[in-house]
Ligand binder design. Structure first.
Ligand code: ZN
Ligand code: ZN
Length: 157
């Protein structure tokens, strides 16, 4: 018969110095994300694959251009993907680097929560060191995989 602590591998006293730090980080994260609806139960502080990416950097958001909706776009019934309202001809819209258009009032609060385009997940830079490291890491991992595939292809074809 195993005890609860053995089953969950968290017997009190095994790592006494780690616990308070972990708690402090969670507290900090809670403060930063205050007001957001996040399922804290499924949140792992080191696992960005399953976490909402951090907000876009202020600088990236400020440099998003405002464009005028053209008559052709308005004729086609181009909609803001966030609120699903059609743009008016000559209305000002925020343009993401992926060319998607949004109302400023719709995309700005969104980018204050997370850094990617709601439509295509194109990512803007963030101010989050930890997340930027993760992104670089991920790119490196993908590069390595591509190289391996290339080597494999070169050897066996
Ligand atoms: Zn909108
Ligand atoms: Zn997009």
């Amino acid at each position: 018969m195993t005890s609860y602590f053995e089953e969950h591998d968290c017997e009190p006293g095994t790592a006494p110095e780690e616990q308070p730090q972990h708690q402090a980080l969670l507290e900090l994260a809670r403060t930063l994300f205050n007001g957001l609806e996040i399922d804290w139960g499924s949140l792992d502080t080191a696992d960005w694959d399953h976490r909402l990416p951090p907000p876009a950097s202020r600088q990236a958001v400020q440099s998003l251009p405002t464009v005028r909706v053209t008559p052709a776009q308005a004729d086609k019934g181009l909609k803001c993907p966030v609120c699903l309202l059609e743009f008016e001809e000559d209305e000002g819209a925020k343009q993401m680097p992926c060319q998607h258009l949004f109302h400023g009032g719709c995309i700005l609060p969104w980018l204050g929560k997370t850094n990617s385009c709601p439509l295509c997940r194109h990512e803007l830079p963030t101010d989050d060191q930890e997340y930027e490291e993760y992104k670089k890491d991920k790119a490196r991992r993908q590069q390595r995989e591509h190289r391996l595939e290339y080597l494999h292809g070169a050897m066996y074809t």
